[in-house]
Write a protein that binds this ligand. Structure first.
Ligand SMILES: N[C@@H](CCC(=O)N[C@@H](CS)C(=O)NCC(=O)O)C(=O)O
Length: 214
């Protein structure tokens, strides 16, 4: 078993961050290849690894899996500790992860991930505020029901935290005002060694994408 994860820039590629921190946090060894996105030659470079032309991509001894959630689900078959152990908790973890994967378009469009920046008092329009409210509810209710054993959504870190880690970075970057319990959850995510390692990687990158800088 030999995994290679192909990802985009750590500063900007929110989809890449999900499986990367999931694998790191679970102690799954892998090699990484970083392809800077939205530059000359990026699309061709990504297509060498997957015909879908998007990162992240997982290669497992030549077998290709693409899409962040599909990668996590593929890995979870061999590494079941990625998801919560209890069936109902696992179903909730998958539900909230799927909700993230297919939703929150206003937030994702306006507040693109940029871990190197901080925009104090960033003005959020109503549709983005709606996303923020729903995410706060998800985090608060999940923590209240399943999170008593630790600081993460299901107590211990799981792939659901990895799926929401880029959202946490967005809330930090765009100075989103949140409740104290949500602030505590965000601080736990930002302090996780896998997340810190991702930040360090992104801060060291030299590529700048003007379309993601305000
Ligand atoms: N739903 C996909 C989205 C992947 C995606 O949109 N990746 C972006 C980077 S964050 C990408 O590869 N962009 C490069 C391009 O479109 O050329 C996933 O979860 O993996």
């Amino acid at each position: 078993m030999s995994y290679t994860l192909i990802i985009g820039n750590k500063a900007y590629s929110s989809w890449s961050m999900r499986p990367w921190v999931a694998m790191k946090a679970d102690g799954i060894p892998f090699d990484e290849i970083v392809i800077p996105i939205y530059m000359d030659g990026s699309a061709e470079a990504i297509r060498k690894y997957s015909p879908a032309g998007k990162v992240p991509i997982l290669h497992d001894d030549g077998f290709v899996v693409w899409d962040s959630l599909a990668i996590i689900e593929y890995l979870a078959e061999k590494h079941p500790t990625l998801w919560p152990a209890e069936a109902k908790a696992r179903a909730v973890a998958r539900s909230i992860s799927a909700e993230m994967h297919s939703g929150f378009v206003p937030l994702r469009k306006l507040c693109t991930m940029n871990i190197r920046r901080h925009y104090p008092d960033f003005e959020l329009p109503d549709d983005v505020r709606g996303d923020v409210r729903r995410i706060e509810t998800i985090w608060t209710e999940t923590r209240a029901e399943y999170g008593k054993g630790g600081p993460f959504l299901f107590g211990d870190w799981t792939a659901a935290d990895a799926m929401y880690a880029p959202v946490v970075t967005r809330f930090k970057t765009y100075d989103v005002k949140v409740s104290k319990p949500v602030q505590d959850y965000m601080e736990a995510v930002l302090a996780h060694p896998a997340v810190r390692e991702w930040y360090a990687g992104g801060e060291a990158e030299e590529w700048v994408l003007p379309q993601y800088e305000y």
